[in-house]
Design a protein around this ligand. Structure first.
Ligand code: ADP
Ligand code: MG
Length: 711
């Protein structure tokens, strides 16, 4: 996988500021014609934009009262941004003219590119070439446009402008943006920048993650993605940014991964969904399942500080909702705080006898505002408390506006994150507004409040992560290349145990073994091993050797000759024209004290090499108990993979067996990670089994698919 260096990246995205803070914006294809996109954009820009809007269209002298120019070249003075709304046939030419005229940022609204078939795909390539030639930042094509609230710029054709805020939002769906804005404006949720990514011919999610990571006015980055252009690059960028800016994403839609990946057992297990799951997690992205969580997390991350601990205090005037909240805490990574002695005595002094002073604090139904305030103040002051949920059902003695003010004041005073659950309909409206101004979200459902607080704690963990570089082992890369090239010479892209040398070259232990071409050779190979042996048919046409009886374990020296002939006969019976390279004669590995595991790799079109670890042998398909990570993996990530499978206790030595040598398994994963990173031509590879015993590991079988054109 190629991971672009920081320097190269920052050069290519260096001018993104001009995209969001332009002073003069040209609308190429501006028109007055009713119901047209060219008119909608001109109107939207004219409405609130602090800068100047310049229509360009040879058919008008002025558009909506603004002076119009026939050509971008005719516009006097500098233009920072051009929005292109002309028909597809002339859109690329329009962008080229922008490049000629020195406009660095272009938003291509025009559709009819890659999304429409081969003519469109050609047009999209031409667009990318023009962008490259003139070093342009191009958003789109097929984009709804961009917005930036500090300058009031709405360069979209959507019906609504965003409210100001500190969330920057990118979406691969323009329609989703219009829907979100309609809703967010009602909810009072504001944005810093909004980008409709369109077809991502030039600028993609990685560019915006980097740009917003550097933007002091963006507190949270939100994304709705259908795919990631370059997973490796995205991971690198996101890791840098999430140090201080959280990224929350919802990813929908399936990719072509399945079609591209060559299918085999590991291939189907390590599909593209797993690549996203692993890749986004490794990138430090908070991945959410639905739109509600996307905005719940965004709001609390932009409004509240991170908690020092995961211990929640619950303060309520209603028993039932308090219990619901407690359950939700149980389902989360948070835990219920246990109060200090001082807290308990302070509470027992100030609360009525019937109140519950243990967490959740139930100030009971007749609690007035003073009692609520006291309870929350005491709870937030406790050093065992990291964050709090405040719940209230409507009662005759509580005014929600007063309570909202108490909550915002105490939150600000104690500096600990708070989520509020003022339960009700209309009567919560003005209280919600007070809370929102204090950066505190309010929910009807206590479980949402808990999940939102949980996202703060998840992000705290992400922001504190130290990413280690992958280890680099001293390996014999040339020998590995020769083995792969030999496959190319044979004209075969599937390799089996004849390629065991590949593992050896990368320092993954393998038992002694040779591929014998004749029964005589097999006998002498067995003599060298001086013990019973394992014999396996070697044929690119036979992927699963034992399925056809192609593996014989524990063959004594005198049976080797006959075993050779028998294995060849079985292969011929299975497939008369099978290419048979010979029979492997291999040293026996002790399976009684070892556990069969699998290490494998499947190359994802977006994220690149996806490593897999699990229990091997026949278990791999039945249990589906595997861990995946995008390679290259660090030592820590490799360790997490080994520890992360459900059956990890088996490796730690269950039922009186000695524990497996975990370090050796972890090291093999890292070495395999290096192999597949060094050779992008390896499309897919599994070592199954890698026998993990108390004194190390042995790889006894390997299978791989190679893209021989790419060596
Ligand atoms: P395939 O996966 O193509 O059927 P393998 O080489 O993985 O072929 O062999 C199948 C099974 O035979 C392994 O899962 C393992 O249980 C056993 N086996 C293979 N090689 C050895 C060996 N050298 N020592 C002990 N058992 C082996
Ligand atoms: Mg096998």
């Amino acid at each position: 996988m190629t991971r672009t260096s920081e320097v190269e990246r920052s050069e290519s995205s260096g001018g993104l500021a001009g995209l969001f803070t332009p002073e003069r914006v040209a609308v190429i294809g501006a028109t007055e014609s009713e119901g047209s996109i060219g008119r909608a954009i001109t109107e939207n820009l004219r409405a609130d934009f602090a800068g100047e809007t310049v229509p360009v269209n040879p058919n008008y002298d002025d558009v909506l009262g603004l002076e119009c120019y026939p050509d971008v070249a005719d516009v006097p003075g500098e233009l920072d941004l051009a929005v292109v709304v002309v028909p597809p046939k002339i859109a690329v030419e329009a962008v080229r003219q922008c490049g000629e005229a020195g406009v660095r940022n272009v938003v291509v609204i025009t559709a009819g590119f890659g999304e429409t078939g081969s003519e469109g795909a050609t047009r999209e390539r031409e667009l990318a070439e023009v962008a490259e030639k003139y070093d342009l930042n191009v958003v789109g094509p097929n984009s709804l446009g961009v917005m930036s609230t500090p300058s009031g710029m709405n360069a979209t054709f959507g019906p609504e402008n965003a409210l100001p805020g500190s969330i920057s939002f990118m979406s691969q769906s323009g329609a989703f943006i219009t829907a979100v804005l309609d809703w967010a404006n009602d909810e009072g949720i504001g944005f810093k920048d909004v980008v409709s990514l369109g077809n991502k011919a030039v600028l993609d999610e990685t560019d915006f993650v980097e740009a917003w990571g550097d933007d002091p006015d963006t507190d949270v980055i939100l994304g709705y993605l259908e795919g990631v252009e370059d997973g490796g690059e995205f991971i690198d960028a996101a890791r840098r940014v999430t140090d201080d800016t959280p990224i929350v994403m919802v990813k929908s839609g399936r990719t072509e991964a399945g079609a591209q990946a060559v299918s085999s057992h590991t291939g189907t297990l390590a599909g593209s969904e797993q690549a996203y799951e692993a890749g986004l997690e490794q990138a430090g992205v908070l991945r959410v399942e639905n739109v509600q969580e996307l905005f719940d997390f965004a709001q609390i991350l932009s409004g509240q500080p991170l908690p020092d601990s995961d211990d929640v205090a619950i303060v309520t005037n209603a028993g039932g909702p308090g219990v619901m909240t407690t359950d939700a805490v149980g389902d989360s990574n948070l835990s219920l705080a246990s109060f200090s002695e001082e807290t308990l005595s302070a509470l027992s002094e100030s609360m009525p006898e019937e109140a519950n002073i243990y967490n959740p604090i139930d100030a009971i139904g007749d609690a007035d505002i003073d009692r609520f305030e006291e309870a929350l103040d005491i709870a937030l002051a406790d050093e065992n408390v990291g964050c709090a949920v405040v719940l209230s059902a409507p009662t005759a003695v509580i005014d929600f506006d007063d309570l909202a003010r108490v909550i915002t004041d105490l939150q600000a005073e104690h500096g600990k994150p708070v989520a509020s659950v003022l339960m009700g309909g209309e009567r919560t409206a003005s209280a919600k507004k007070i809370l929102r101004e204090g950066g505190i979200p309010n929910y009807f459902d206590p479980a949402r409040a808990v999940r939102s607080l949980d996202s703060l704690s998840r992000y705290r963990e992400i922001s504190e992560r130290e990413y280690e570089d992958p280890r680099t082992f001293d390996v014999d890369r040339e020998r590995a290349r020769e083995i792969l090239e030999r496959a190319e010479e044979r004209g075969d892209n599937r390799l089996g145990v004849e390629a065991m040398g590949l593992l050896d070259a990368y320092g993954i232990p393998t038992p002694e073994g040779t591929v014998a071409e004749t029964p005589e050779d097999a006998v002498s190979a067995a003599q060298d091993i001086e013990d019973d042996v394992v014999m396996k048919i070697v044929s690119p046409d036979i992927l699963h050797k034992s399925d056809i009886g192609g593996v014989k374990v524990g063959v004594s020296p005198e049976d080797v000759y006959d075993a050779f002939e028998d294995l060849v006969t079985r292969a011929r019976n299975y497939q008369p024209d099978a290419t048979i390279l010979g029979v492997q004669v291999q040293e026996m590995v002790d399976l009684d004290s070892g556990t069969e595991t699998i290490i494998g790799m499947n190359r994802d079109p977006q994220f690149g090499p996806l490593l897999l670890f699990g229990l091997g042998g026949i278990f791999v398909e039945i249990l589906e108990d595997t861990e995946t990570r995008v390679a290259p993996v660090s030592e820590r990530e490799a360790t997490e993979m080994v520890e992360g499978i459900r059956s990890a206790p088996l490796l730690r030595g269950a039922r009186g067996r000695d524990p497996a040598d975990r370090e050796a398994v972890v090291e093999s994963l890292q070495r395999l990670s290096q192999l597949v990173t060094d050779f992008p031509a390896i499309l897919e590879l599994d070592v199954n089994p890698l026998v993990a015993g108390p004194d190390g590991v042995q790889a006894v079988d390997v299978r791989l698919t190679v893209d021989t054109d790419n060596l």
